[in-house]
Design a protein around this ligand. Structure first.
Ligand SMILES: Nc1ncnc2c1ncn2[C@@H]1O[C@H](COP(=O)(O)OP(=O)(O)OP(=O)(O)O)[C@@H](O)[C@H]1O
Length: 602
């Protein structure tokens, strides 16, 4: 993908993933933020020193000490305040830049995997969903790390100043470890609950989307499903709510216990200091400074626990990103072979078997097939017979578990998936309806020629979409889809014609897949489309391209040079229309049934 950000954590570990994006996206800002945080933290922790000078100076009637104390407070406070204010704005810009970087990187990684397994396997999809949701926390990781650094500096300065008052008081920030550990425990409980509920939340989101999007509205109303959907959504939401409340209560108990321990320690320390002052071991100025420092120490503890909590979430997201990085690196095929210029013999499947990851039963069993160069092959079979799975293997979305797919004798698994896909094209039944201009909707079928008006126009005409485009107010420049303000919405059939045109953009593909391409077209359009298929396959014969047609309409299928009947993942029969009719098998029965249905129509 051009313009894709390189991973700044190639030999990655979690720390690199936390800092790497910021270093990559804005190194200058990162250095500035680090320096500003260091100075501001030191200044803000030490200005109570001035209180010590002022109070003791006042009690001793020493004006010079009072003035020094006031200057210490004024200068340190001004430095801390100015730098913190400047940092707030700059750090949020830094977070935005990191966030933009991560969005690009995650999108790249999700699409860099040549296959579809990570998008079709629920457990992997769940990881990706959580990564997407957690990306903002990860973008904020640098701020959290800077926050952690701030806590370290302030706590260090506070401990040193407290030691000057009475060394045992140095333990005050240590008492703060108790609520911090308790908070971490609470955050782990919340996270475990989040992980456990991820699948339910995804389902609830999906039901909500189903219930509120225009695409599904017609069907939901027709079948009266809105009530059922709402009830299912409510049941899942209730389950999620009940479990969330339980884990929120458990977390709250841990957090409460931590803070009770801290408060008890705090009270004891103040008592000790006051008693020392009463006995003259500590000056009043020191007590004022110590109380002010202890308050600051308390703030440090609470911000340390907040930072630790957010950082823990960011670390979990970083681990997910690291997992995705490794998954992509591991699944990137070694294959770098080129696709052939033209097909001489064709595509051959040798004993191909395939089982979807996570499934026990194979979907394809030992499929042997010859798709001769230049031929039109139709694949028919009942729903679930394995037709689309066959297409997924041929388009390299998955690799067979057993057997081989040979492209003119070369094993497809040795050909680069990208190079192979550049030489294939496909029109799927669930085609894209992107919110782009009409010209782009078609042109994305061959990205290098997206702006080539002649090529787009020719594809529009081949796909039978000329009238669709002519009726648009601005022709190919008309924005389509409801996501555009002023976007022009098309009917299902009109979108399908544009999808067909898109599938016909590439000049001489070696494999053209037409997966039920006529489902939304009327009979006249279908007839015209068939004759264009014939032209397409004739053109294919010159470059040896194979056209693979998946269809349930036998009137379409009969024109194919070769018809393959799939039954439960096995090739039941194959041959041309006449041969299969004569054989009197499953194809002949299905064809006759469908033909009779047409003939019997009044
Ligand atoms: N991503 C997936 N993960 C697991 N199983 C799958 C997946 N996709 C399909 N299947 C299963 O594989 C089998 C074949 O599905 P496939 O989509 O290839 O059938 P098909 O012949 O194209 O059906 P249709 O005519 O309904 O489109 C089905 O039993 C289906 O449940």
């Amino acid at each position: 993908m051009s313009g894709t950000p390189a991973a700044p954590w190639r030999r990655g570990n979690v720390v690199r993933i936390l800092v790497g994006p910021a270093w990559h996206a804005a190194p200058g800002m990162l250095v500035w933020a680090f320096a500003a945080t260091t100075v501001a933290s030191f200044a803000s922790a030490t200005f109570p020193l001035g209180f010590h000078f002022m109070v003791d100076g006042a009690l001793a009637h020493d004006e010079a000490r009072v003035v020094v104390g006031a200057c210490v407070v004024a200068v340190l406070f001004t430095i801390a305040w100015t730098l913190s204010t400047m940092s707030a704005g700059r750090n949020s810009v830094l977070t935005d830049r990191v966030s933009a970087f991560l969005v690009q990187r995650i999108a790249y990684l999700v699409n860099a995997v040549p296959g579809l397994e990570h998008l079709e396997r629920p457990d992997l999809l769940s990881e990706i969903d959580q990564l997407r949701e957690g990306r903002r926390t990860l973008a904020g990781a640098v701020r959290q790390l800077l926050g952690g650094w701030q806590v370290v500096i302030r706590s260090g300065a506070i401990i040193v100043l407290l030691a000057t008052v009475y060394p045992p008081v140095m333990v005050v920030p240590l008492i703060g470890l108790v609520p911090m550990l308790a908070d971490r425990r609470a955050s782990r409980i919340q996270q475990a609950s989040g992980d456990e509920l991820a699948a339910d939340r995804r389902l609830a989101d999906q039901l909500f989307t189903l219930a509120t999007t225009a695409d599904t509205a017609k069907e939901l109303r027709t079948y009266g499903l809105t009530g059922t959907l709402a009830a299912r959504h409510a049941a899942i939401a209730e389950r999620v709510r009940a479990r969330s409340v339980r884990s929120a209560l458990r977390s709250a108990v841990w957090e409460g216990l931590g803070w009770i321990c801290y408060s008890a320690g705090f009270v004891v320390v103040i008592l000790v200091l006051v008693l020392r002052a009463v006995h003259g071991h500590t000056s009043p100025g020191q007590v004022v400074m110590a109380v002010s420092l202890m308050r600051r120490a308390q703030v440090q503890v609470s911000s340390a626990s907040d930072t630790a909590g957010s950082l823990a979430t960011a670390v979990r997201t970083a681990r997910r990103l690291l997992w995705l990085e490794r998954y992509v690196a591991g699944s990137r095929p070694e294959a770098a072979g080129a696709a052939p210029e033209r097909l001489g013999t064709g595509i051959r499947l040798e004993s191909v078997s395939f089982t979807y990851p996570g499934r026990d039963e194979p979907v394809l069993h030992g499929v042997d097939l010859d798709l001769p160069a230049g031929s039109t092959v139709a694949v028919v079979g009942e729903n679930g017979a394995g037709k689309t799975t066959l297409v997924k293997l041929l388009t390299r979305m998955y690799v067979p578990d057993e057997g081989r797919i040979l492209i003119d004798g070369t094993d497809l698994s040795t050909v680069s998936a990208d190079r192979w896909r550049e030489r294939t094209t496909a029109v799927f039944q669930d085609f894209l309806r992107p919110s782009l201009t009409a010209g782009e909707v078609v042109g994305i079928g061959d990205l290098p020629r997206i702006g080539d008006e002649e090529a787009v126009g020719a594809a529009v005409s081949r796909g039978g979409a000329t009238r669709v485009v002519e009726r648009l107010p601005d022709g190919l420049s008309t924005p389509l889809g409801r996501w555009f303000t002023g976007g022009h919405e098309l009917s299902g059939g009109q979108w399908q014609r544009l999808a067909l045109a898109r599938g016909l953009m590439r000049p001489d593909p070696l494999l053209t897949v037409l997966d039920e391409p006529t489902a939304s077209l009327d009979a006249m359009a279908e007839a015209r489309l068939f004759s264009r298929f014939a032209q397409l396959s004739r053109a294919g014969r010159e470059s040896g391209g194979v056209t693979l047609l998946i269809s349930h309409r036998f009137s379409t299928v009969r024109m194919a040079d070769l018809i393959v009947v799939l039954d439960q993942g096995r090739v039941a029969e194959m041959g041309d229309h006449e041969t299969l009719l004569r054989a009197g098998g499953a194809y002949a029965q299905l064809f006759t049934l469908q033909a009779r249905a047409y003939l019997d129509r009044p």
